[in-house]
Design a binder for this molecule. Structure first.
Ligand code: GLN
Length: 288
């Protein structure tokens, strides 16, 4: 094994410094995660084995990852995996990178859904499948369908379902929700649709603007296009007393409530994320 004249501690500090100089938001965390991935060391080993020499191969691998991060590629995309709710999800260029903020929707559904019923779930624009699969983990009697216009996303969601041992209770289909001809009615409809208004896309952090698929971000001129499309679809696919949970942008609560209300839904709640921003609307369909 060839080792470089660099210890774990020196490698970590060197990367942290480069990330700080490069304007990366979380230099310590990112440096550690990439060093762990390159060396195979666990979090605790980074401290315990700080004086160990890093191998030449690991150092070369680390360098490749650091170069990518300095171009603002998120750590989750470099590693190809992102932790969400209770699991690790494979992330690919065709999927939105799951955000901790979206766990708000999972919490919201769990607060309102009846765990004892065999609920039928539908996820509109499933991406990695993180929302639907996390809910299926928590609702052992439920089954779900996830749709996405991206074939790559559907493939990724399927792989995530297999990894989590959930493929028996979930199906993923490449489909536009505008073309969804419902075969059955759903008890819970969820979605994190693209909701960034066109003029705001240029202002997003480079990690988002350059690496998340634009089709997963752009919600049209005012960011609300998808909510209008989904509201038009909902009355055709909802079972009586079903639940709808949609992620929203921080300034969209009033508009989305208005859109859902006009479609005949009863808005129950607006949930905030950890930063205190409006993040999810929960509504109920009370008609038959
Ligand atoms: N939450 C993402 C962001 O603000 C956007 C995701 C979306 O449009 N659904 O970066």
């Amino acid at each position: 094994m060839v080792t470089a004249p660099v210890t774990v501690r020196e490698a970590l500090r060197g990367v942290q410094e480069r990330f700080r100089a490069g304007g990366i938001d979380t230099p310590e965390l990112d440096a550690r995660l990439l060093l762990q991935a390159a060396t195979g060391l666990r979090h605790e080993d980074i401290v315990m084995e700080a004086s160990r020499r890093v191998t030449v191969e690991a150092l070369a691998q680390l360098e490749g990852m650091v170069t990518r991060r300095l171009k603002r590629e998120p750590v989750s995309r470099i590693l190809g995996v992102r932790a969400f709710w209770n699991a690790d999800f494979k992330v690919t260029p065709e999927t939105l990178d799951p955000r901790p903020d979206s766990e708000t929707l999972v919490e919201g559904v769990l607060a309102h859904a009846d765990k004892a019923k065999p609920l039928a779930l539908l996820d509109l624009g499933t991406g990695t499948g993180c929302l639907l699969l996390s809910l299926l983990q928590e609702l052992p009697l439920a089954a779900g369908l996830g749709i996405d216009i991206s074939a790559g996303a559907v493939e990724t969601a399927r792989l995530n379902a297999v990894t989590l041992g959930l493929s028996g209770r979930v199906e993923f289909m490449e489909k536009d929700w505008k073309e969804l001809t419902p075969l059955s009615l759903y008890d819970v409809v969820i979605g994190n649709p693209p909701y960034i208004a066109l003029p705001e896309i240029a202002e997003l952090a480079p990690e988002v603007r350059k690496y998340d698929p634009i089709t997963a971000l752009s919600g049209g001129p005012d960011g609300l296009d998808c909510y209008r499309e989904i509201a038009a679809l909902l009355p055709r696919i909802l079972a009586k007393n079903s639940l709808v949970a949609l992620e929203i942008g921080a300034a969209q609560a009033a508009d989305v409530k208005g859109i859902l209300g006009k479609a005949g839904l009863v808005v129950l709640q607006t949930l905030t994320d950890l930063a205190g921003h409006d993040r999810c609307i929960i509504a109920r369909w009370t008609r038959a």
